[in-house]
Design a protein around this ligand. Sequence first.
Ligand code: FEO
Ligand code: CA
Ligand code: CA
Length: 689
Amino acid sequence: MPSLLPFLSPGRSGSPCASGRAALTCRMRCGDACAHDAPNTSDNAYFGDVATAMSRRGLLRTGAVVGAGAAAAGLALATAAPAAAAPAVPAKGRPGGPGAGTGKGLDFVPVAPNTRDQVTVPPGYAQAVVMAWGDPLFRGTPAFDVDRQSAAAQKKQFGYNNDFLGLLPLGRGQYLMVVNHEYTSEQLMHRGYDAAHPTREQVEIGWAAHGLSVVVVEEERGTGALKPVVGHRLNRRLHTQSTFELTGPVAGHALVRTKADPRGRTVLGTLNNCGGGLTPWGTWLTAEENFNQYFANGSSVTDATVLARLKRYGAAGSATERKWERFDDRFDLTKEPNEINRFGWIVEVDPYDPTSTPKKRTALGRFKHEAAEPQLTKDGRVAMYMGDDERFDYLYKFVSDGKVARGADDAARRRNRDVLDSGTLYVARFLGNSSVAEIDGTGALPSDGAFDGAGVWVPLVSGTTSYVKGMTAEEVLLFTRQAADIVGATKMDRPEDVEPSPQTGKVYVALTNNSNRGAAGQTPADETNPRNANKHGHVLELTELDDDGASTAFTWNLLLVCGDPKDPNTYWGGFDPRRVSPISCPDNVAFDPHGNLWISTDGNALGSHDGLFAVPLEGRNRGQVKQFLTVPTGAETCGPWIDSDRVMVCVQHPGEKDGASVDAPASQWPDGPGSVPRPGVVAVWPRRR
Ligand code: FEO
Ligand code: CA
Ligand code: CA
């Protein structure tokens, strides 16, 4: 379908991805996930309307009775989000346009869709790069030089392709900035890169450029800019050779033991860290996503059970894109079959302790983790919401057994050090309340005027107890996708970031897109994922029964059905589509201190560059999507972070266009003419009036 925006040409990507992404991005970021068949080949059915489904024995066994209390709003549950005022806003919206009338804290002139090679912000706002790929964290570290890069330098420099971003307060205008480095794009990192024959040094630079950064940053007086404090004792780089610990029920299991680690407890590295979250006790959660792409030769595995597991995670290929298997046997599945089982976890890092060993928390299950965002339950435990970012994969929740010790100081972090190691892991099953016949796959609303319904959290495993027939508890945690297939979870359109509102406790789920929805032989549209060939994605609002994160039942509705607002089959929370910004491919979400939802996008099937958007969730402006910024050519908007002083985003993979290289860059952000593009963190703040 052509773009409905006459001034924008559709993105030309040559990739099979619904989002208009460059083929290069698909290859390097997610191992061409969309070029392969979706790995979920289970035939778990959609349960149709609530009345029918609620009578089914399987549902009732979960204990879910979706009562009237589920819709009652209003519990303010503590989460890690900071409480402060929203950014000051200097400019009025245009009458009649997307900015006309606006939600509290969102009185900015929306940025129009565009394809400029820059970060474009509303009038009245200033911006600056905080840190970019190659910037030093430590004294004596070489400054970035694309022609003199080394693995030794990269281990001490800011990594590549920043994704999750969090700020933790240190006081006196200083913060701990925690950042994920999801993946590397070697063509854009090395002059003359030969993808068929990478050198050892290039591979080791890749190992060092993946991972995590902890950097102390401080406010610049009189502006909203943040500057890194090079050499601060809390600065830290964690990468593919750093030590991580497996904890929880799977630690030590036979399926995570390797030649180098016969005890199955110590892992080198973390890979493809995408989104994340911050806990109420002051730690950082980071999500290992497309880990499958780093492991070679799965197709040579002969054991049928092992091969089925690899296929379900998309790891049954031959040589990998980066060829790491040539330099370390642990990336070759025929030589070290269990190494892959040590990736695909949620990792918890204590950024306040630079000597701490990060923990891979196996109780939260193993899949292509997009993020993990917490909410305290009414009885003081923690519920952790998580998406598995793949077409037709699932939405999960973990609820801890133990209560959370209050506070975010050293003592609280000590007391909560095991809280994520035992609990119950659930997967979501959604039910629509309109008749199946009314969901025609176009996105047209059913006659009750809403895509909505109820749902249940189906338990998969609790400690050593498996609720999944034919799988042990450890197998459920290791091969969670297969366990969720068996219990009939609802196939979703790429569940990415999932975040509870600190104000209302309602949970928001970004569903990016799904090119295969409704294709021949594939699962068709349902009320929860109501468009076939879903190019633009949607945002789901979930309300736990009794507003309690520990509940096993919920109600839900779609807040947004994204796309061009001129398309009648988009939906804007009931708001007038003539007064919203177009949005496509929602990905990371975050809240500002007013309770507005901010959404960054991953791709744009409308032909514009990616961006950051804000949308009020309550009151008469509910659903009024407004675009706050756009990012440079080829880039994706990640992060984001919004507090009382500034809006921050990670600009990921700038210049990642097909055919681009160090010698022929497609972007010159952020350093300008003659430079190579560098992924980087940007702070935006209102100029003084
Ligand atoms: Fe790394 Fe699901 O995006
Ligand atoms: Ca409905
Ligand atoms: Ca988030």
